[in-house]
Design a protein around this ligand. Structure first.
Ligand SMILES: [Zn+2]
Length: 161
């Protein structure tokens, strides 16, 4: 391929800045999500939902058991303590979709299996120490003082062992 022909096939990628935009929006979290978030906000309680057939407890609550395909409606209170099931220490900053702002790095993030639950809740853990923040570590939820009915009403989890 001739040098000129090769250059002709290369495409320069341009970007255009048309200004900053802000578009607030709300969406329904449904009946089960509403009850889950209202309990966090009003009572600092974490609720799961139990399958009537297999007994599996899901958190956050969902309508249908993923194993049995039956409807669930039995809300069960869970402990605010649990165990780190999977974890990572985030060092690469990115915009947090919950806040629209970049969360300072590093920070801990984990799948947490609360006592009494069979599924995991994902949340921040207040540790970046790999000696303490690891699979199997015991953690406890820390709630915000002023709660709004959001998963962020749990500020983070502290390591307790
Ligand atoms: Zn089930």
């Amino acid at each position: 391929m001739e040098k000129n022909e090769q250059k002709k096939n290369e495409q320069e990628l341009l970007t255009v800045t048309s200004g900053d935009m802000f578009q607030p929006y709300d969406w329904s979290v449904g009946l089960f999500g509403s009850r889950f978030l209202a309990e966090l906000r009003d009572n600092k309680k974490i609720y799961g939902i139990k399958c009537p057939k297999c007994g599996k407890v899901y958190v956050p609550p969902r309508k249908i058991c993923g194993s049995c395909y039956v409807a669930m409606d039995e809300f069960v209170p869970l402990s605010d303590e649990g165990e780190v099931y999977v974890c990572t220490i985030v060092h690469f900053g990115f915009v947090d979709p919950e806040t629209g702002k970049q969360r300072p790095v590093p920070y801990g993030y984990a799948f947490i299996k609360l006592d009494g639950a069979d599924t995991c809740l994902t949340h921040f853990v207040n540790s970046t120490d790999p000696e303490k923040f690891k699979v199997g570590a015991r953690v406890k939820a820390v709630f915000e003082e002023k709660r709004k009915g959001s998963i962020a009403d749990i500020k983070h989890f502290d390591i307790i062992d």
